[in-house]
Ligand binder design. Structure first.
Ligand code: PLP
Length: 460
């Protein structure tokens, strides 16, 4: 019997599948069964069956201050009705102003303003567009090309995936990729330039200059780089003078340098911003993850004085803006996270506690021949696995080393991140990412590394 136009359709429109407890959520991966996380406390997550998981990945490098910090919700409840949503094209708010000043207080000197968004992809997309408009407004209209690096990850939107050098994620969408130019990453362990030369020769940085000249310097807008390469290669830390060289090259040709610190920034390396270890000030720093610590979706672009002052003084309108740019509740929560980070010394704690993580991982390398390299900085621990340490040959893809390692760890109640071989530049091996919350204790690191020891032993 067809429904008559004025009749309300029945409220319940469940399919038989939904009624039989099949998830209503479109899964990120229908090949795997996901447990239901119902609670978090400290470095632990708990599922609906009461199983505890040590969150050794900090939930994708997001959770810095730890799970279950109820003071955040209490502060929001106390302020609740005083934090309205106000559209950022029409209002600024005390919450984004306050949090903006807080972030700037720990940023490198020369960073002048902040543009708040809801995550890392949005931050990089914003930086890409701001770079373009900056050049346009100054009459440098040809500057539209972007250079980035292979084995990088800058986000999932079409523009930020185009920046990214993560071939497996780009593959289905190659028809939509923007023509971004990719150069070699600072991947000393597998670098074709410095192979057999006893260490990095900075040729990978000089490739930037070559690419700029090949493209025509007057056509290049910006260079994007993750300060420390994260998910696609697990913790590539360039040598101490790498970013000075990058800065010099960008300056020589009037190109903006954008440091992506969505994963590496905000305390992860033991500094508020990872680039502070290289003593270089980028034109923009993009942030996400730990700035909201998982308590609110939050990202930011930190913008230097040159760009800020140009827009400010010429009274330009940035032709951009998400509905949720500068979201008041997110900024309010960002400020609570900042307060906790400051009070508990979490912007720098990773430098100290990270020593224990790296000492334990280095010791593990002595025990397992399949560990080719241990890398990273602070509470970013990266491990690359190889079939043969002498030749650095990776495991064959069919072995599914990383996924077996990551799922073996999960069975043991420890979450880590993993990347697979099939890298773009040279041949990358399987690798894992260990990015626990900044509050992790030595004993918790021991639990994690002991589980890793056990799992590697079981599968290698
Ligand atoms: N940039 C880097 C370095 C990242 O690691 C990520 C996420 O993993 C992003 C950007 C994208 O951030 P989001 O997933 O919040 O959009």
């Amino acid at each position: 019997e067809p429904t008559k136009p004025h009749e309300t359709p029945p409220l319940t429109r469940h399919t038989p599948q939904q009624e039989s407890q099949v998830s209503s959520i479109f899964s990120r991966d229908y090949a795997s069964e996901l447990p239901t996380a119902v609670r978090g406390e400290g470095v632990y997550l708990y599922d609906a069956d009461g199983k505890a998981y040590l969150d050794g990945m900090g939930s994708a490098g997001v959770v810095g201050i730890g799970h279950g910090r109820t003071e955040i919700y209490q502060a929001l409840a106390a302020a609740g009705d005083k934090v309205p949503f106000a559209y950022s094209a029409q209002f600024t708010t005390p919450w984004q102003e306050e949090f903006g000043k807080s972030i700037l207080s720990v940023a490198p000197k020369g960073i002048e303003s902040v543009y708040f968004v809801s995550g890392g992809s949005e931050a990089n997309e914003t930086a890409l567009k701001l770079a373009r408009q900056y050049h346009l407004e100054r009459g440098d209209t040809q500057r539209q090309k972007i250079i980035s690096r292979w084995q990088s990850y800058h986000g999932v939107t079409i523009a930020t995936l185009s920046l990214s050098g993560r071939t497996s994620w780009r593959a289905p969408y190659t028809p939509y990729m923007l023509p971004v130019i990719h150069i070699a990453p600072p991947y000393e362990y597998r670098c074709a330039y410095c192979k057999d030369k006893g260490g990095c020769t900075l040729d990978c940085a000089d490739e930037l200059e070559r690419a700029i000249n090949l493209e025509g310097p007057e056509t290049v807008s910006a260079f994007f780089a993750e300060t420390i390469v994260g998910t696609t290669a697990s913790g590539l830390v360039p040598r101490p003078d790498y970013y000075k060289r990058i800065r010099e090259i960008c300056d020589r040709y009037g190109i903006l340098f954008v440091a992506d610190e969505v994963l590496a920034g905000y305390g992860r390396t033991g500094r508020p911003f990872a680039i502070q270890d290289w003593d270089v000030v980028p034109d923009m720093i993009t942030c996400g993850k730990a700035i909201g610590s998982g308590y609110a979706p939050l990202g930011a672009v930190l913008i230097n004085d040159k760009i800020t002052n140009f827009f400010r003084e010429s009274r330009k309108r940035f032709v951009h803006g998400f509905t949720y740019s500068g979201h008041p509740t997110s900024c309010f929560i960002g400020q609570q996270v900042f307060n906790i980070m400051s009070k508990e010394g979490l912007f720098t704690r990773a430098a100290e506690i990270g020593k224990h993580l790296h000492a334990r991982l280095n010791a593990l390398q002595q025990r397992h021949a399949c560990i080719g390299e241990v890398r990273g900085r602070g509470l970013y621990g990266g491990v690359e696995f190889v079939a043969d340490r002498a030749t650095r040959a990776p495991f064959p893809a069919e072995m599914n080393f990383t996924s077996r390692l990551v799922s073996g760890m999960k069975e043991r109640g420890v979450i880590i991140g993993g990347g697979v071989p099939g890298a773009n530049f040279g041949q990358g091996g399987d690798h894992i990412q260990i990015t626990p919350p900044f509050i992790v204790s030595e004993a918790e690191i021991d639990i994690l590394v002991d589980a890793l020891d056990d799992t590697i032993g079981a599968i290698a």
